[in-house]
Design a protein around this ligand. Structure first.
Ligand code: ADP
Ligand code: MG
Length: 277
């Protein structure tokens, strides 16, 4: 590389072109240059067109690699999209609101999104779909569950925590409610919510009412202070529908079966939250 780029180098041989481009860090163009040259000859491109095509190849390649890096760093458990969400299955959920959130204004304004409801109504799906939109738009993101977060807040260094949970523009905390936190975990969660407050949004999913957060954190005062920050700028979305997981199992044979096939006692949570939140 250094010999190719040394001050004494004259015009490059065709065979050296790929190496020179690589040496300059133009790796996408280095790979594509034979095809770009071939197209240029065949279609008799103007000089300007050639340069646009060549640099366009490099710019697109870099954007693609950056996107792939963001996706890896986000640690998504699976890929979901707003396009694959069946809004007709959850008629109480405002499609207009979700599509509006999909335009990502909430990331700009650091508005949190809290998705509440019983198991299977699509909370995680929507959180993942919004994250996918954010990643496509060029934002960094990180997906975690409360269990994983609580573990890592206790066992990883402050530097690592910062990199994982503060630096990403969007943080998803899934499944709040299945785990009771220790007092140190609760304090760490509070610190995290406080650090992101008005800076960068959190998308949080839960099957619990806000009234249950005191028990969840083992501290009513801390829970109130945390919810105060979390909900100050937030879109709280309660999904009161049926479990999509039960959709195919129940509907064909017994359309009149009771809707409480999921976890007992969780069905009315979102409805109650509507009043409290
Ligand atoms: P929750 O997080 O509320 O428990 P999930 O988001 O994990 O529920 O949904 C359970 C499964 O059902 C997932 O595979 C999800 O993609 C799917 N699902 C849920 N709701 C819908 C929907 N309205 N349209 C399409 N798929 C859905
Ligand atoms: Mg879920």
């Amino acid at each position: 590389m250094s010999s190719l780029l040394s001050p004494t180098t004259g015009p490059l041989e065709r065979t050296e072109l790929g190496e020179a481009l690589k040496g300059l860090g133009l790796t996408s163009l280095a790979r594509a240059v034979p095809a770009v040259l071939e197209s240029a000859r065949q279609q008799q491109w103007a000089y300007e067109t050639f340069l646009q095509q060549a640099l366009g190849t490099e710019v697109a390649g870099r954007a693609q690699r950056a996107y792939e890096r963001r996706v890896r760093a986000a640690h998504l458990p699976t890929t979901k999209s707003l396009e694959s969400f069946d809004f007709s299955f959850q008629p109480m959920l405002s499609e207009r609101l979700i599509q509006e959130l999909g335009t990502l204004g909430f990331v700009q304004t650091a508005t949190n999104i809290v998705l509440l409801g019983p198991p299977g109504v699509g909370k995680t799906h929507l959180a993942l779909a919004l994250t996918a939109r954010a990643l496509e738009a060029g934002y960094s993101a990180r997906f975690t569950t409360l269990r994983q977060l609580a573990d890592e807040l206790e066992t990883t260094s402050w530097r690592q925590q910062r990199r994982r949970y503060l630096t990403p523009r969007l943080l998803v905390i899934d499944e709040v409610g299945y785990l009771r936190l220790t007092s140190s975990q609760a304090q760490q969660l509070f610190d995290l919510v406080t650090a992101r407050y008005e800076q960068a949004p959190i998308v949080l999913t839960s099957n619990r009412t806000f009234a249950e957060w005191g028990a969840l954190l083992g501290d009513e005062v801390l829970a109130t202070a945390l919810l105060d920050r979390l909900l100050h700028h937030a879109e709280v979305i309660a999904i009161n529908g049926r479990s999509y997981r039960m959709k195919d199992r129940r509907l064909p044979e017994s359309p009149s079966a009771p809707a409480s096939v999921g976890e007992p006692g969780t069905r009315s949570i979102a409805a109650r939250d509507g009043k409290e939140g």
